[in-house]
Design a protein around this ligand. Structure first.
Ligand SMILES: Nc1nc2c(c(=O)[nH]1)N[C@H]1C(S)=C(S)[C@@H](COP(=O)(O)OP(=O)(O)OC[C@H]3O[C@@H](n4cnc5c(N)ncnc54)[C@H](O)[C@@H]3O)O[C@H]1N2
Ligand code: MOO
Ligand SMILES: [Mg+2]
Length: 418
């Protein structure tokens, strides 16, 4: 075993991972199931919106020229000649000082060119009067004012959000082409691991990495395939990983990537003939993260230490899966924040500190989320972001400006701030 691994920079490690990944093939699904998927083709308008000139208000459609000269002293009276409820049309031709009774959303008949709101009239049986002139087009939504046929509404490579689902429905796209989602296999390795129901005998611990990784995948809308816990035995691990390679698009293992006597994953990648992208990164935690490729299938050897495992997933696995599902924005947003704690000791490696990110008066604050060593599990639960402290010769103090990588953009704030 190579004990003297050479660390590479985090940015170089990320580059190596994502440069070897391609989007998966395209599949067609129903628009009702498309929320959260990535569009594989541009979504173009199949018609003008609005498709016809329509009334923007409940009221009366008139010929604007008939309202000329109207005032408080000289009210002009119109006769209601026909009705146009929403969902209907009328081809009645208005004569001078005639009007349609029309509802919001209904097509404005050709012979009318302005709409008067009910509130702007005084009504009598079969007629109404107005006290000011109306301009052509007033209170009418003109055909194509929002978009015209052929306009690109959502580009390929974009997440289908609720608005994109509305666009699919508007333009009649029942079937939508999206990138297939990867099937990701999760294998937690370690002879010390037990499932949640098993007794905790001496030296045993519960498997927390497996369920955590599953949730990290679910957070990005990917359903994983879970494999049973495996002990640190080279031959059985090799057989299991070979089986997984036939069933999944990517493999995440946790544990067994360091230089211990029972850390078999690096040798296993070698035995499979996989291309190792790196086995040491200049970061804490997660320095022993090892990533290999077998053909188009990435194998993420995440560290067994929970915080290192979590961080390795967010830094390397997440952008790779974002690329597989066809996203054109694969990286987590990074914000400038004010550090709310001290890290006085300098460290040559880039440190990633799980943190609570808060927003006060529009500023971003980052507070380390408690016990923050590589083996920490509880601090992950309090974090919605990761503070990035570049390695070097100096430490960091409360109040310093730092970068934070957002891991959870859905956490809100505790007060209404508008
Ligand atoms: N001589 C050296 N020793 C170590 C080095 C080194 O460079 N030289 N690196 C250290 C660092 S850094 C880390 S991180 C760990 C990485 O260890 P492994 O990835 O090989 O993981 P294991 O040895 O299997 O386990 C480490 C630790 O994590 C616990 N664990 C494992 N799996 C799970 C799980 N599914 N759920 C919860 N906890 C888990 C395991 O019990 C161990 O305590 O190596 C250092 N050593
Ligand atoms: O991989 Mo270890 O977590 O650097 O601490
Ligand atoms: Mg180990």
């Amino acid at each position: 075993m190579n004990l003297n691994r050479t660390p590479i920079a985090v940015s170089e490690a990320v580059r190596r991972v994502v440069s070897g990944i391609s989007p998966l093939p395209v599949e067609t699904i129903s628009y009702t199931e498309s929320y959260g998927r990535i569009l594989a083709r541009n979504l173009a308008a199949s018609m003008d919106v609005p498709r016809f000139d329509k009334s923007a208000m409940d009221g009366f459609a008139i010929r604007a020229k008939d309202s000329r000269g109207a005032s408080g002293e000289n009210r002009i009276t119109f006769k209601v000649a026909a009705e146009v409820p929403a969902g209907a049309a009328s081809d009645y031709e208005l004569n001078e000082n005639e009007a349609f009774r029309i509802m919001t959303g209904a097509p404005v008949p050709k012979s009318a060119d302005a709409v008067v709101m009910f509130e702007q009239t005084r009504q009598d049986a079969g007629s109404f009067s107005i006290r000011r002139p109306f301009e052509m087009g007033e209170n009418i939504a003109i055909q194509g004012e929002e978009c015209t046929v052929g306009d690109i509404i959502v580009s390929a490579g974009t997440l289908i959000n609720p608005g994109a689902v509305a666009a699919l429905a508007t333009f009649g796209y029942k079937d939508v082409e999206v990138y297939r989602k990867p099937v990701v296999g999760i294998l937690a390795t370690g002879s010390e691991l037990v499932d949640i129901d098993a007794p905790l005998e001496v030296g045993k611990i519960r498997n927390s990495n497996g369920p955590m990784i599953k949730s990290q995948l679910q957070r990005m809308n990917i359903e994983p395939r879970i494999y049973a816990l495996e002990a640190d035995d080279f031959e059985t691990l090799l057989l299991r990983v070979q089986q997984m390679l036939g069933e999944v698009d990517a493999i995440i293992t946790t544990g067994g990537v360091s230089v211990g006597d029972y850390d078999h994953l690096p040798k296993l990648y070698e035995a499979l003939g996989a291309k190792e992208l790196f086995n040491k990164v200049g970061m804490r935690p997660g320095s022993v993260t090892t990533v290999s490729m077998l053909g188009s299938k990435p194998m993420f050897g995440l560290s067994g230490n929970p915080s290192a495992c979590y961080t390795g997933f967010e830094l390397f696995a997440r952008p790779a899966f974002m690329k597989m599902v066809g996203h054109d924005r694969i990286f987590a947003p990074v914000l400038n924040a004010v550090l709310d704690g001290d890290f006085k000791k300098a460290n040559p490696f880039t440190r990633f500190i799980r943190a609570e990110i808060d927003y006060r008066e529009g500023r971003v604050y980052a507070t380390p989320a408690g016990f923050n060593k590589s083996n920490a599990v509880t601090s992950i639960a309090k974090s919605n972001g990761i503070i990035v402290l570049p390695g070097g010769t100096r430490g960091y103090e409360k109040g310093d400006g730092v970068k934070v990588m957002m891991t959870d953009m859905t956490t809100g704030i505790d007060h209404f701030d508008i």
